[in-house]
Design a protein around this ligand. Structure first.
Ligand SMILES: Cc1cc2nc3c(=O)[nH]c(=O)nc-3n(C[C@H](O)[C@H](O)[C@H](O)COP(=O)(O)OP(=O)(O)OC[C@H]3O[C@@H](n4cnc5c(N)ncnc54)[C@H](O)[C@@H]3O)c2cc1C
Length: 611
């Protein structure tokens, strides 16, 4: 195959590409990050048409989506297929739009904000439904299945989870037995929590052959007229995403032709995990528009609702909420599109060096698994917080199912659980970083040694020059990175390979990583925009970046302290605590109330999230 760059991919940055996880030890210049303000004309058009579609087909029917109307989700999915929205990530040779990674994320972002039901159906179909075949299928499999899945004629589902195999995904008991004539496998077992099960035609099913160490993936076709041993449980009764079909799927000696094995025997776990890597960053994107819509609804309500003869938007208590909600959403957007462009550039680079499209995509995403996991965790927790505050702003009305906040809050709960729980993703991110360091892909040891030396040295008493935008904030960010290196470096030294058993330390370390990545992304976006559009145009964005960093410093202080006092003793503990104090120090504390008021006043005057 001749290498080609992705159609509609955004212009590749000419600078050396940063590796996954390197954000921690390499200073990134603002010019080197991609921000939502960098969307090209085609991307802007795509964004507008997705938004217009959702405003027309989904938002007015939001209440209907709460009535377990699975047929409505299917109908909207079909319409999305007709408009090409299901095929953005599918290469053109399989009748897809073959768009770049950033565009794929953009569609996922804007299609997912109105109801979690559609977000889940879309994510399951375009992510874990289609991508395993796009990435691992052979030519015949791709030709046979992808065009129909891309157009929405067929829908896809992904059957990994079983009653006894959730987070421990490779422990499934579903069996695949080869027939005597060697022509087909007979699959028997029980899968549960399968999204889109009620209307899917194609099921990517993971099963074990004999006593293989790893499971194997198969493509199964479901035909209502000839069920071939496939049957379904009732629709699950769920807290949220009420119109997303979720069922158990039973396989009773279901015959699958041998040619429907995906990739090779025993490769299923790898396929499952790689499909999830892409799914995770997409899920992060899927949590963005939901935040914007909750903020829009909250701002409008706060402007209209009058108590004590005053619109509640004028109260400091409400301003605080609106500002914090926007500050997180802005950081989430900044971080998601920054990482997406890194992935897109890495894919282009691999295509240029002769990788096939699927190899390039797999390796491109794999490079940034750390960021994918961090973003999944951060954005899924931000939408939860955002919708919770949305309810609070609505007061009693927030608790009513007649107002949009109630369903937003319920729908926001699931992203913390699927695509790997947030606990698993937190631990995975730190585990991957340690692995990358061991492989020499990210040099943690050098910088960690430098920090250790700095701790024993005398701190500089020079008066720094903070006159440039974010000069102090950037210095603090560098210090936050030192905190991670100090704590994690010391923990690795102490526990060695046993570190993976110290889950509470891993969770704390991963929270530090999240805060660093999010705060840095917010700051770099604002700095870049201040340089190109003028600082005076970025007043509220500057406030959001400063506010995010202020909270990040506090959270990192808490998490690092937790680690230090739990595993270090005596002089080592004292020295690290002193380091922590030094590295979290502001010379000029930000005026937090003023920052929040600046942000909230912009939101309420524009009556929406405008960033
Ligand atoms: C609405 C919905 C849709 C879904 N869609 C699909 C789908 O389409 N296809 C599919 O295959 N699956 C799907 N799932 C399944 C989902 O991916 C799993 O629920 C998830 O991976 C967690 O597995 P579990 O429910 O078995 O929880 P468990 O693995 O039992 O976890 C329970 C708790 O223990 C924690 N835990 C588990 N292991 C560890 C560990 N080693 N260390 C520390 N803590 C741990 C978890 O973080 C969690 O807090 C869906 C689930 C839901 C609810």
């Amino acid at each position: 195959m001749t290498p080609k760059t992705n159609k509609m991919s955004t212009e590749t940055q000419k600078t050396e590409l940063i590796r996954g996880g390197q954000f921690l030890v390499k200073e990134t210049q603002c010019e080197d990050v991609f921000t939502p303000e960098n969307f090209n004309e085609e991307q802007k058009m795509m964004k507008d048409s997705v938004k217009e579609f959702i405003d027309r087909e989904v938002w007015p029917k939001k209440a209907e989506f709460e009535k377990k109307n699975y047929a409505l989700t299917e109908e909207v999915m079909r319409k999305a297929g007709e408009l090409g929205f299901l095929s953005v990530a599918v290469p053109e040779e399989y009748e897809g739009l073959g768009m770049g990674f950033v565009s794929t994320m953009l569609v996922c972002d804007y299609i997912s904000g109105a109801t979690g039901s559609l977000a889940t159906a879309f994510g399951a179909h375009t992510g874990i439904g289609i991508m395993p075949i796009v990435l691992y299928g052979n030519e015949e499999q791709k030709k046979k299945y992808i065009p129909k899945l891309a157009s929405g004629e067929w829908f896809g589902a992904y059957c990994l989870t079983e009653p006894g195999a959730g987070s421990d995904a490779n422990s499934g008991k579903t069996k695949a037995v080869l027939s005597e004539d060697g022509k087909y496998y007979s699959i028997s077992g029980q899968k549960m929590w399968i999204s889109n099960a009620g209307f899917a035609t194609i099921f990517n099913v993971f099963a074990r052959i004999e006593d293989d160490k790893y499971i194997t993936a198969f493509i199964l076709e479901y035909d209502k007229e000839n069920p071939n041993g496939i049957s379904f449980g009732e629709e699950e009764k769920k807290l949220g995403i009420h119109s997303s079909s979720t069922r158990q799927v039973f396989f009773n000696e279901t015959k699958v032709p041998v040619e429907n094995m995906l990739s090779e025997r025993g490769n299923g776990f790898k396929i499952a995990m790689n499909a999830l890597n892409i799914g995770r960053i997409k899920l992060a994107a899927a949590c963005l528009e939901a935040q914007r819509r909750v903020i829009d609804g909250s701002v409008k309500y706060a402007n209209e609702r009058v108590q004590f003869d005053t619109p509640i938007a004028k109260f400091g208590a409400i301003k605080l909420k609106l500002a914090e909600m926007a500050c997180n959403a802005y950081a989430g957007e900044s971080a998601v599109y920054r990482a997406s462009k890194n992935i897109e550039d890495r894919i282009s680079l691999r295509l240029e060096s002769g990788n096939s499209q699927s190899e390039a995509e797999l390796k491109g995403v794999e490079e940034y698994v750390i960021e994918c996991s961090l973003l999944k965790v951060a954005c899924s927790e931000d939408i939860q917080y955002c919708s919770d505050e949305g309810i609070q702003i609505f007061g009693g009305m927030g608790f009513s199912a007649d107002a949009p906040m109630e369903s937003a809050w319920r729908d926001a709960r699931i992203p913390r659980i699927y695509e790997g729980t947030n606990e698993i993703n937190r631990m995975l991110a730190v585990g991957m970083l340690v692995k990358k360091a061991m492989k020499g892909h990210v040099d943690l040891l050098g910088p960690a040694t430098k920090v250790a030396n700095e701790l024993t040295g005398i701190p500089s008493f020079d008066k720094p020059d903070y006159s440039e935008l974010f000069a102090e904030e950037k210095e603090i960010l560098q210090n936050l990175k030192k905190i991670f290196l100090m704590v994690a470096g010391s923990a690795v030294q102490k526990f060695g390979e046993k570190l993976e058993e110290e889950q509470q330390l891993l969770l704390a370390s991963s929270d530090i990583l999240i805060e660093i990545y999010m705060a840095e992304s917010s700051l770099l976006r604002t700095e870049k925009n201040a340089k190109r559009f003028g600082e005076d145009t970025q007043k509220e964005q500057i406030a959001m970046s400063k506010l995010y960093l202020y909270h990040a410093v506090d959270k990192i202080n808490e998490k690092a302290k937790e680690g230090i006092i739990s595993f270090a003793q005596g002089d080592e503990q004292r020295m690290m605590l002193m380091g922590l104090k030094r590295f979290t120090k502001y010379q000029n504390q930000p005026n937090v109330v003023e920052l929040r008021n600046t942000i909230a006043e912009k939101l309420t005057s524009e009556n929406k999230y405008t960033f």
